[in-house]
Design a protein around this ligand. Structure first.
Ligand SMILES: NC(=O)c1ccc[n+]([C@@H]2O[C@H](COP(=O)([O-])OP(=O)(O)OC[C@H]3O[C@@H](n4cnc5c(N)ncnc54)[C@H](OP(=O)(O)O)[C@@H]3O)[C@@H](O)[C@H]2O)c1
Length: 261
């Protein structure tokens, strides 16, 4: 664990899944904007490297395990002080596994997707909500996906998990109305990260095909939106933001160079 500068009084923001892709880029963007990110993921070594680079705190976190989330929340509580409230949470940890049809559904992959995207987001949010409310000006950003808004063939495990994660996040908007916390759902289309590599079990050729012939979003494109939403004045709540590459119309419909799509 990297320890923060004790004199540091920047507001804290927890970013889950900060060891890669959108989470790492969001932590970078938020640090540059004066936040102190608390980075959570399973690959601690990667988090520590990033924490050293941007001035953040790295803590091991597996959102699929209740004991890991409890230990993480306890460590975050220790970091909070009168001049250093927990003002932000970016629920980003998650991902997809496989593209099987419902007829061929793989229960283990479904369980992984539901545990990491849905139950993980619920666990971390529940554990950190009291600290966010105590800050007097909290903000929860959840990275869902356009898969939270539409379905596609072969995507049911992921789209159902992202729909559920979106439902959980949007429910909070009503349940917490009148309390000092904002809620922003960010729903990206195709972003070139380790996402497809994870989805296809490490198959680099298959992962690269997803982005062939088009310019996908990069993690920094999403991170800029995260930071923009979080840096609005307290009375401004950006509810839902959808961003896609220009070459993407829907979850599965792309324009690729050399194709009519
Ligand atoms: N890339 C896209 O096209 C795209 C589009 C829309 C939405 N999204 C969503 O954006 C989020 C970030 O994905 P990404 O594209 O940045 O993919 P990525 O590069 O694979 O990053 C995923 C992050 O989630 C973390 N993670 C996975 N399981 C975890 C667990 N059990 N506990 C804690 N952390 C866990 C990973 O860290 P460790 O492995 O170190 O734990 C990693 O830091 C995901 O929720 C994904 O569904 C991605």
């Amino acid at each position: 664990m990297s320890t923060p500068d004790p004199g540091n009084d920047r507001p804290l923001v927890v970013v889950t899944g900060a060891s890669s892709g959108i989470g790492a880029a969001s932590a970078r963007a938020l640090a540059a904007d004066g936040w102190h990110p608390v980075l959570g993921a399973r690959r601690l070594e990667r988090l520590e490297q990033l924490a050293d680079e941007i001035g953040a705190t790295a803590l091991e976190l597996d959102v699929t395990r209740a004991d890991s989330v409890a230990a993480f929340a306890a460590a975050v509580r220790e970091l909070v002080g009168p001049t250093r409230p927990l003002r932000g949470l970016v629920n980003n940890a998650g991902g997809a596994q496989g593209t099987e049809t419902v007829a061929e559904a793989d229960e283990e992959k479904w369980r992984w997707m539901w545990e990491s995207n849905v139950l993980g987001t619920m666990r971390v949010t529940k554990a950190l909500l009291p600290l966010l409310l105590d800050s007097g000006d909290g903000h929860i950003v959840t990275i869902t996906s356009i898969a939270a808004l539409e379905v596609y063939d072969g995507g049911s495990g992921y789209t159902s998990a992202k729909h559920a994660e979106g439902a959980l996040h949007r429910t909070l908007r009503g349940e917490l109305l009148g309390q000092p916390v904002r809620l922003t759902e960010i729903a990206p289309g195709a972003v070139e990260t380790e996402f497809s590599l994870v989805r296809f079990g490490g198959d680099e050729t298959r992962a690269a095909k997803v982005y062939e012939g088009l310019e996908p979003l990069v993690a920094e494109d999403v991170a800029e939106v995260v930071a923009f939403a979080m840096n609005r004045p307290s009375h401004v709540n950006l509810d839902t933001i959808v961003l896609k590459p220009r070459a993407q119309a829907t979850g599965m419909r792309f324009h690729r160079e050399g194709s009519q799509g």
